[in-house]
Design a binder for this molecule. Structure first.
Ligand SMILES: Nc1ncnc2c1ncn2[C@@H]1O[C@H](COP(=O)(O)OP(=O)(O)OP(=O)(O)O)[C@@H](O)[C@H]1O
Ligand SMILES: [Mg+2]
Length: 345
């Protein structure tokens, strides 16, 4: 059973992927009995670089209880819509006129391609992996904790909107598809209406299939509801910022925009220049004092939220050891339970 979904968000380049991965690694060290999945929701995946291991579109083992995946949204979109396409093909073929046109299958195949699927729908496919991981009948491992590395804010909001909207998106998509077939066949149909009328014997059949397609939509809606429910009940958002104005402004916006979808339970302030280095040169001192100012502002703004501060490390936190280092820098001996469910003192 999924106990926790941690979503990391924030401005580009502030350390979302590094902190997601470091959090996944330390939780896997601290909780050997839990199965943890690290997922990239960013189309521009980079978990492979961070973990120095080829991951891609398969659940890939990282440690004995940690797995990672960089889902290929195109592949999910293809698998998912194929079923719908097949049903529509069958339905179309049973239509009195259209179904008797020899090129109809080819027409459907060329009209209904993965490329024509809207990006929003492809994004929705990311969530399928979360649902798979709680499906007891699936081949996939059942995970207890999911850590999701989200793209920068604008795309992150779009992701949260999807579960509720995906039925609408699919419906619109299917309707466009139907309309294009109808348009193409209109003239043809007008010409042969009278001749082909006696061949229309399949109304009941078509009703059946229509219902199946409708059921698929209902299924999709349920899926969307389940995702919304999971995000609402076990999801927590962690916003990552660096101690600079643009990034601070962005986390405030992200907080306001995501409020209705997910509970914000922590803020990371990353890449802080350690004070001891600030004294070493004028330039370092100036940057550091600007950072200290924003550090205070962020802490003040989020005073009711858990704040985790992390210094800028000398070396890029890459590979398991590098990430463990970053985790140590962020959590400084915090218990797994506190990492999962942070409290404000
Ligand atoms: N505390 C840190 N100390 C030093 N380097 C860091 C730290 N945190 C992150 N980095 C480095 O900063 C860069 C950006 O980090 P990362 O890719 O995690 O950011 P991101 O927010 O996921 O970026 P994007 O928006 O592009 O997905 C990387 O090179 C990473 O190694
Ligand atoms: Mg990233």
């Amino acid at each position: 059973m999924i106990e926790k979904i941690i979503v990391l968000g924030g401005k580009g380049g502030v350390g979302k992927s590094s902190i997601s991965t470091a959090t996944a690694v330390i939780l896997s060290d601290l909780l050997p009995e839990k199965k943890i999945l690290l997922m990239s929701f960013d189309m521009a995946h980079n978990l492979s670089d961070l973990l120095s291991k080829e991951i891609g579109n398969a659940i890939t083992p990282i440690t004995s209880n940690l797995w990672a995946i960089e889902p290929d949204a195109n592949e999910y979109a293809e698998v998912y819509t194929q079923d719908l396409v097949n049903k529509m093909k069958t339905l179309t073929k049973q239509m009195p006129l259209i179904g008797r046109i020899p090129q109809i299958e080819e027409f459907i195949d060329t009209t209904f391609t993965t490329d024509s699927i809207p990006l929003a729908l492809k994004n929705a496919m990311f969530f399928q992996k979360i649902l798979d991981s709680e499906d007891v009948n699936s081949q996939d491992i059942q995970f207890d904790i999911i850590i999701a590395d989200f793209p920068p804010t604008a795309n992150m909001i779009a992701l949260f909107e999807i579960p509720e909207d995906q039925v609408k998106v699919v419906l619109k998509y299917s309707l466009n598809f139907y309309n294009s077939i109808k348009d193409a066949m209109k003239n043809f149909s007008n010409m042969f209406r009278q001749i082909l009328k006696p061949f229309d014997d399949g109304y009941e059949n078509r009703k059946e299939l229509g219902k199946e397609i409708f059921d698929m939509m209902v299924e999709l809606e349920k899926r969307g509801e389940r995702i919304t429910e999971l995000i609402h009940n076990v999801g927590s958002l962690r916003l990552v910022s660096i101690a600079e104005k643009p990034s601070f402004e962005e986390v405030k916006r992200a907080r306001d925009l995501t409020k209705k979808y997910i509970n914000l339970d922590a803020v990371h302030i990353n890449m802080i220049i350690p004070k001891k280095h600030a004294k070493k040169c004028d330039f370092c001192g100036q940057i550091s004092s600007v950072q200290q100012k924003y550090l205070q502002e962020i802490k003040n703004e989020f005073r009711n939220t858990k704040i985790w501060e992390s210094d800028r490390l000398k070396e890029e936190p890459i590979g398991l050891d590098g990430l463990r280092n970053l985790a140590k820098e962020i959590y400084k001996g915090t218990s797994a339970n506190e990492i999962l469910n942070p409290t404000v003192i």
